[in-house]
Design a protein around this ligand. Structure first.
Ligand SMILES: Cc1ncc(C[n+]2csc(CCOP(=O)(O)OP(=O)(O)O)c2C)c(N)n1
Ligand SMILES: [Mg+2]
Length: 330
């Protein structure tokens, strides 16, 4: 296991706080109608990303669903470009043409950003298949929600991935709900990790509120995939404090339940260790908080001041078959 040091804790704190504040700003910009369409926030789930990044190596890839703003930041995409993408600006990761659910940056090993629930599960196995076929190093971390775990495509993918020993880790970010439907209402037991048993795929539950636990489980799974022993299914128990998207009355859960999870918040857990082990002074911590605030403000300024893309781009990025018989070519 790669050592978890003082620096690891400090980086986890700064990164997770930045992701949280970055998304708080997105929520505010959404209310001002500067961000349109859907906006699904990662608020509460940050340890799942922090732990994964600790365990990943250079050529490893990530693919996820629509809760996808902070993963690319973790992989090195400039957060200014992500904020710009959300505001529909030309300086965004896809010239503002993708928006919230479709952040994409293959040069940073980030493969989206997918709005069809479960659609990315077979795609993740496909990325892993390509790495194996072309004998490239690299493991693909394929994320999906507890709701997506109920999609049929998961089973076809699991079967192929274990049969061909693909270098993939299947990560269920189990935040307890698929929109307003709780995990307990979607099956006759709540242990999503048991879906691996039918395929004799290594599998198990993981505490997703603690980045140390996530890093340990991820490293074991990633190394298993890297040495050619195939996939693992991790059922990472996490929680989202905010609603599913921006308009969600949240009638399916109590405020007390949300408060219970806030007590084990990943950022607070990491900060507690920093304080207890005296890794930093109160002043240093205050300074980091200030830096985070300034970094978010820089992103907002960049995004708001960036121009919208040229209208022509809408036509240029759409696939068009010149000899298609029924539509007159433009
Ligand atoms: C195939 C498909 N069915 C339904 C939807 C509508 N939908 C969007 S998100 C969602 C819930 C998915 O929940 P989960 O997989 O647990 O992910 P979470 O939102 O909790 O991260 C649904 C049903 C969709 N986008 N695609
Ligand atoms: Mg969910």
């Amino acid at each position: 296991m790669k050592k978890i040091t003082k620096e690891t804790y400090i980086n986890w704190y700064k990164d997770m706080l930045f992701w949280r504040k970055f998304e708080d700003k997105l929520a505010a910009l959404y209310i001002q109608q500067k961000i349109r369409g859907f906006l699904h926030l990662y608020n509460g789930q940050e340890a799942v990303l922090a732990g994964a990044l600790h365990a990943m190596k250079k050529n490893d890839k990530m693919i996820t669903a629509y809760r996808n703003h902070v993963q690319p930041i973790g992989l090195g995409v400039d957060p200014k470009r992500i904020m710009a993408e959300l505001l529909g600006k030309d300086t965004g990761t896809s010239h503002g043409m993708g928006g919230s659910m479709h952040i994409f940056s293959p040069e940073h090993n980030f493969y989206g950003g997918h709005g069809i629930v479960g659609g990315q599960i077979p795609l993740g196995a496909g990325l892993a298949f390509a790495d194996k076929y072309f004998e490239r190093d690299g493991v693909t971390l394929t994320y999906f929600g507890d709701g997506a775990a109920r999609q049929g495509s998961l089973h076809e993918t699991f079967n192929m991935a274990i049969n061909w020993k693909l270098p993939v880790v299947f990560i269920c970010e189990n935040n307890g709900y698929a929109m307003g439907t709780s995990v307990e209402r979607t099956a006759n037991h709540e242990d999503i990790w048991k879906l691996g048993l039918g395929y004799e795929m290594p599998c198990g539950p993981v505490d997703g509120m603690n980045p140390v636990k996530v890093a340990e489980a991820m490293e074991e799974a990633i190394e298993r995939a890297r040495r050619g022993d195939g996939p693992t299914l991790l059922d990472i128990k996490t929680y989202r404090y905010r609603g599913h998207s921006m308009s969600d009355a949240q009638k399916y859960r109590t405020k007390d339940e949300v408060d219970e999870y806030r007590k084990i918040d990943p950022i607070t857990q990491v900060l507690d260790v920093i304080k207890k082990k005296k890794y930093a002074s109160e002043n240093e911590i205050k300074e980091w908080d200030k830096e985070v605030k300034e970094k978010v403000a820089e992103c907002q300024k960049f995004a708001e001041e960036s121009p919208y893309p040229d209208k022509q781009l809408m036509y240029d990025i759409v696939y068009e078959q010149e000899d298609y018989p029924f539509l007159k070519h433009r």
